[in-house]
Design a protein around this ligand. Structure first.
Ligand code: PEP
Ligand code: MN
Length: 331
């Protein structure tokens, strides 16, 4: 349920409503809007009796939220959320491109690729230091050493950093070094990790699992938001279907569907959907056409020798071409 405050409601009245909600055994989360503040009731498992709330000073009305996710829902927060990190705005109308290798392999590799993607116009550098690999024998990432390299990339290039936390333990150190914490497809329903991400100091990039419905993705975002971190960016990266022409099937329909029901920004990762670099540019153009707020793209200066996901990593020239295509589409 949403308790909508009057336009001229005071902060004291909002706080009184939150205390009343707590006395009913729930939590009240203030959702400031451009016109007025609303307080979203969470933690209830059934309908809430609003009789005591409706008579409080400053309260205009109550609205039942019909979705199982509350804080993520557009019913609770009608304006689209814009996540501002430094000068960059995710969800602000201009697509944000996050690019870099699948994994940080060495300082030289990361810096080389970072300078290349920056020159082409990327705003955020991606690169995994903790890698969730299907095989335990594959390269698992450089761990904290990789995070230190990413820190150097930020200092040398001015690019923001997005890197993955793979469990509720390494998320603490990832939070210290990164600008955006990535939660990977395999961890979309790792609830202890999601809860920890809800206490992190940085925005979270939550990737859709290859086996999740849109409601499941949004419920996972709700886990993060319900712990207090409202800075969540969603990411569609392809789902598993009977179609076997690509590594995954990029569900572009997820973008308008999610935008209808949620205020959170959503970006597209064409690389993990494609599995093959030649499909990345057309899928990226599709993502822009359906209204994605940005892209997460794998780029490597020497893809045949990449330690992970080389087949789907763009050559720098291809990335340059992609950026030009995006620029002309969104001009
Ligand atoms: C990645 O971004 O390199 C990654 C592992 O992605 P996903 O979690 O979508 O498989
Ligand atoms: Mn990858």
């Amino acid at each position: 349920m949403l308790v909508v405050m009057k336009n001229d409601a005071t902060e004291v009245q909002v706080q009184a409503v939150i205390r009343e909600i707590e006395s009913l055994g729930y939590r009240g989360i203030p959702m400031p809007g451009t016109q007025r503040t609303a307080v979203c009731i969470i933690d209830n498992t059934g309908p809430v009796d609003d009789s005591r709330l409706l008579v409080m000073e400053g309260v205009k009305e109550t609205i039942r939220v019909t979705k199982p996710y509350k804080l993520v829902s557009r019913e609770t927060h009608p304006q689209s959320t814009v996540i501002a990190i430094g000068d960059i705005k995710i969800g602000g109308g201009k697509p944000v491109v996050m690019a870099g290798p699948c994994a940080v392999e060495s300082e030289e590799q990361a810096l080389t690729i970072a300078h290349l993607v920056k020159k082409c116009g990327a705003q955020v550098f991606r690169g995994g230091a903790f890698k969730p690999r299907t095989s335990p024998y594959s390269f698992q990432g450089l761990g904290e050493e990789g995070l230190k390299i990413l820190d150097k990339v930020r200092k040398e290039t001015g690019l923001l950093i997005v890197t993955e936390a793979t469990d509720h333990i390494n998320i603490e150190v990832v939070d210290q070094y990164t600008d955006i914490i990535q939660i990977g497809a395999r961890n979309m329903q790792n609830y202890s990790l999601l809860r920890q991400a809800g206490h992190a100091s940085k925005p979270v990039l939550l990737k859709r699992s290859f086996a999740a419905t849109i409601d499941e993705l949004l419920m996972s975002a709700e886990y993060i938001m319900s712990e207090g971190n409202t800075q969540v960016i969603l990411c569609e990266r392809g789902i598993r279907t009977f179609s076997d022409n690509m590594r995954n099937t990029l569900d572009l329909s997820a973008i308008p569907s999610i935008k209808e029901v949620s205020h959170l920004p959503i970006i597209v990762d064409p690389s993990h959907a494609a599995g093959k670099r030649d499909y990345v540019i057309p899928l990226s153009k599709g993502a822009m056409a359906v209204g994605a707020d940005g892209l997460l793209v794998e780029v490597h200066h020497d893809p045949p020798h990449a330690l992970s996901d080389g087949m789907q990593s763009l050559y720098p020239e291809q990335f340059g071409e992609l950026m030009e295509e995006i620029e002309s589409l969104t001009r």
